[in-house]
Design a binder for this molecule. Structure first.
Ligand code: SF4
Ligand code: SF4
Length: 428
């Protein structure tokens, strides 16, 4: 079944840049010698390590336990010996706590037992045990999101993949349609809902055609950025608006990424924790762009090598160009939420210095949340964070990056927004 979606107001229409990897099958990354597995790769409290240096672990074994009500378990993505639990560079100029595993010659698995016809409660328990988090970027623990504080009636699978360059979800939807459908059914059972929609942008006609053959209701979305943002997606699929300060669940809807549905299916049917994912490696500065199935903790250098090596990259980004993070080198690693790594040439990235704001208003015109990003930057620069909230509306910002993208003066609006939000959180 197929239903006609709405469009949301504002947003931008960046070039897709998806053709180098669109339609490419996902290849498995060659064996890695070492995995560096961060303890904080989800929203909420970091996981607490439960292994020590020198200990042997099998693939899928618990190495860090969720550290609070909102947190997630972390498992070994390769079998081998724990080399250290230590601080490692995070690839962004900072550091992170990580469990480092040296690969063993023989790769043995230690998965859970498969579940047959599980109850909703058993599904939730399995999702929690397997450390599944939202794989679209936010990393919110899935077992928490599937236990909303209010009743809901609809599950939306997010297959929009509106970020330019990224094709990891498209590749997964091509290859694992049936597993995604079964994963969605398990999540719907855990939620107690019957209505399941899958939302896909129209630039993925093969995925739309494939899911039309299933019991899911397909919503073919207009290509518009940020179509995949939760609030915009809920409005376009159902006409419901998430009130300011409320959760999406308050509209009766839960959104989960298509890749998360696949991970749920593997957790239930194979007992497999979330230890690998598809990552798009692309951009004009990499020799042979690919979609790669990578273990969590795989170093970016190994992914670059598998893609024929870097050519003339001027900028490295983890994630997409709109919401991703700039990297300082290739010591970044794959996490549960890494959709891609971009090797951008100088031509693909505008590195000219910002010029003064010309008050053109374009940033406000494209903001899908109807905010005033130029005001946020102004007050953030003045360290007046309360005014950034009052006049810029920064607390309602979904950090989509549309304002930064459109700004003719290349003002670092997204950066100012992140700074203001962090300061306001600290001051709260
Ligand atoms: S202010 Fe926030 S929500 Fe609005 S365009 Fe900028 S990043 Fe997106
Ligand atoms: S788009 Fe850039 S130049 Fe225009 S008002 Fe916004 S910050 Fe100023």
């Amino acid at each position: 079944m197929i239903i006609k979606p709405r469009a949301f107001f504002r947003g931008v229409h960046p070039d897709g840049h998806k053709s180098p990897t669109a339609g490419l099958p996902a290849e498995r990354l060659p064996r890695i010698a070492e995995a560096v597995i961060p303890l904080s790769q989800h929203a909420g409290a970091p996981a607490q390590p439960v292994v020590q240096a020198g200990q042997f672990v099998k693939r899928g074994e618990l190495i860090a336990a969720g550290g609070g009500a909102v947190s997630a378990n972390i498992h070994a993505s390769i079998a081998g010996t724990v080399k250290a639990v230590e601080e490692r560079p995070d690839g962004r100029g900072g550091s992170m706590q990580a469990v480092v595993i040296t690969a063993a010659d023989a790769q043995e698995d230690a998965f859970f037992a498969p579940l047959t016809d599980p109850s909703g409660e058993e599904i939730l328990e399995r999702i929690k045990a397997c450390g599944i988090v939202g794989m679209g970027g936010a990393g919110f623990p899935t077992h928490v999101k599937l236990a909303p504080p209010v009743p809901v009636d609809t599950l939306i699978l997010n297959g929009a993949e509106c970020e330019p360059y990224l094709t990891c979800d498209d590749a997964l939807m091509h290859e694992k349609r049936d597993e995604i459908v079964r994963g969605a059914a398990y999540m719907a059972k855990a939620l107690g809902v019957e209505r399941i929609l899958i939302a896909i942008e129209k630039n993925k006609p093969a995925a739309i055609a494939a899911f039309e053959q299933t019991e899911l209701t397909v919503v073919p979305l207009k290509k518009q950025y940020p179509m995949g943002a939760e609030k915009q997606l809920i409005y376009c699929c159902t006409g419901r608006k998430v009130p300011l300060g409320k959760l999406p669940a308050h509209t009766g809807v839960i959104v989960q990424n298509a890749a998360t549905a696949f991970a749920v299916c593997e957790a239930v049917e194979l007992g497999k924790p979330l230890i690998e994912r598809i990552v798009t490696v692309t951009g004009g500065g990499i020799a042979s762009p690919k979609n790669l199935v990578c273990p969590v903790g795989a170093p970016l250098s190994a992914l670059a090598e598998a893609c024929g090596g870097e050519t003339d990259a001027a900028k490295l980004v983890a994630g997409g160009p709109m919401t991703g993070a700039a990297l300082t080198g290739t010591d970044a690693v794959v996490t549960k939420t890494t959709g891609g790594f971009l090797f951008l040439t100088a031509k693909e990235t505008n590195s000219d210095a910002p010029t003064p704001c010309i008050n053109c208003g374009k940033c406000a015109q494209v903001c899908p949340m109807h905010l005033m990003p130029m005001q946020t930057e102004f007050y953030t620069d003045a360290k007046e964070y309360e005014n950034a909230a009052k006049y810029g509306g920064v607390l309602a910002c979904i950090e989509c990056g549309a304002c930064t993208y459109i700004c003719p003066a290349r003002r670092p609006l997204a950066q100012a927004i992140k700074t203001a939000k962090a300061q306001l959180r600290r001051n709260a």
